[in-house]
Design a protein around this ligand. Structure first.
Ligand code: HEC
Length: 156
């Protein structure tokens, strides 16, 4: 969060500077600043550190369908060690994955933090046709926190 606020403050400052220029180059400067903002935002999203304890609470929304601390499957596959796992690769759930999820895994989709964040934000967009009956998490903080929990659990 500290990094995030600093990054945003920096981005705002550079935008402000660009706006305050009245030279013909100011549009160009503005464009460069916006590019910098996007780069920064992307970088921050990729490295956002979540809070595992808060993530455990977010995970309550997944609990009806997923177990993360053991390899027991429910309606959904177990999520023990899911961070870094290939999509549709829990052997115990092999007969239950949708074709869409199996195809995504076969095409090389790995649940790294970026892909997980995108999937949890919009499951149906990230893997069209997958059968997870969950609309997604709206809050980026919730997403970062639940990923931190999945990464940390079940380690003490
Ligand atoms: C209503 C039940 C349900 C809820 C709630 C749910 N899921 Fe799922 N999830 C599923 C099902 C079913 C699948 C398998 C999808 C498929 O094969 O198409 C799945 C798949 C996944 C996968 C891919 C696993 C793999 O082995 O490839 C991840 C990651 C995942 N869910 C995370 C979550 C998280 C985190 C939450 C809570 C924020 C959540 N899910 C909420 C049912 C659910």
């Amino acid at each position: 969060m500290w990094c995030l606020s600093r990054g945003v403050a920096f981005a705002k400052a550079s935008l402000y500077n660009a706006d305050s220029q009245n030279s013909p180059g100011s549009a160009m400067l503005r464009a460069i600043s916006s590019a910098a903002v996007m780069l920064l935002a992307g970088d921050l999203a990729a490295h956002a550190d979540g809070d595992a304890a808060l993530g455990k609470k977010v995970f309550n929304r997944c609990v009806p369908c997923h177990e993360a601390a053991t390899d027991r499957d429910k309606v959904g596959p177990h999520l023990l060690g899911v961070v870094g796992r290939k999509a549709a690769s829990a052997d115990s759930f092999a007969g239950h994955y949708s074709q869409a999820m199996k195809d995504a895994g076969a095409a090389g989709l790995v649940w790294n933090e970026t892909n997980l964040a995108e999937y949890l934000k919009a499951p149906r967009q990230k893997v069209p046709g997958n059968k997870m009956a969950f609309t997604g998490l709206a809050s980026d903080d919730d997403i970062a926190n639940v990923i931190a929990y999945l990464k940390a659990d079940p380690k003490p």
